[in-house]
Design a binder for this molecule. Structure first.
Ligand code: ATP
Ligand code: MG
Length: 194
């Protein structure tokens, strides 16, 4: 089995995330891509982070129509901070050692890998696939890291959750930045207004 993992805050999930997952899935002929919303992200401290359950629910809504996509609440069930290396080990336990895991990130995330827990072990446990992201230069990736990852050029979608949140605060449109069902969920539950 070849399985992709896309971790994220998904605060909220948007078309950038879905595009990355679809492009990597096709490129490596993955059987599935598992979206893993993080509970308490070790590298972020958003004052405006939506409750884990809402982020999970929005991720489910966004991925529902793609049979290759699924959502895992592994990191939401684990108490305390979530580290990717622990998630990967749990997934290897669940799917078995014959499974090849593809750890998917955008360029911005890999530029921060020096802060990650057990990065060397993580790089050994799975194949890293790093997708291009507008505004983040792949040339800045550490040379030693660059040798261990697969860099995938994907169409540029300059969409971020940060921009979506600030648009909501300012009462501006978020249409076509994320799936309609997620947009409806956000308004129905009054997320990101403050
Ligand atoms: P925030 O602005 O709150 O940081 P984000 O849009 O960066 O949100 P994350 O949940 O932080 O979304 O990202 C999860 C993963 O998806 C990361 O690996 C990130 O690099 C990748 N990603 C997110 N948006 C894009 C995009 N538009 N193009 C390529 N990769 C992306
Ligand atoms: Mg981010």
């Amino acid at each position: 089995m070849r399985i992709g993992i896309l971790g994220g805050t998904f605060n909220p999930i948007h078309y950038g995330h879905l595009l990355v997952a679809a492009q990597v899935r096709e490129k490596f002929d993955l059987e599935k891509v598992i979206f893993v919303p993080s509970a308490s992200p070790p590298h972020k401290n958003h004052p405006d982070i939506a409750p884990p359950r809402d982020r999970y629910q929005m991720t489910v809504l966004a991925t529902q129509s793609n049979t290759f996509f699924s959502v895992s609440d592994l990191e939401l069930q684990r108490p305390g901070k979530s580290y990717s290396v622990e998630t990967v080990k749990e997934l290897l336990n669940i799917y078995g050692k014959d499974t090849r895991l593809y750890f998917i990130t955008g360029t911005d995330a890999i530029l921060e890998i020096f802060t990650w827990k057990a990065k060397e072990e993580l790089l050994k446990l799975c194949q890293f696939v790093v997708a291009t992201r507008p505004g983040f230069h792949t040339a800045k990736i550490d040379k030693a890291i660059a040798r261990q990852i697969y860099l995938l050029k994907i169409p540029n979608l300059d969409i971020s959750s940060t921009d979506i949140r600030s648009r909501i605060k300012e009462g501006r449109t978020i249409k076509y930045l994320l799936p309609e069902k997620v947009e409806e969920y956000i308004y129905k539950h009054g997320l990101y207004k403050l």
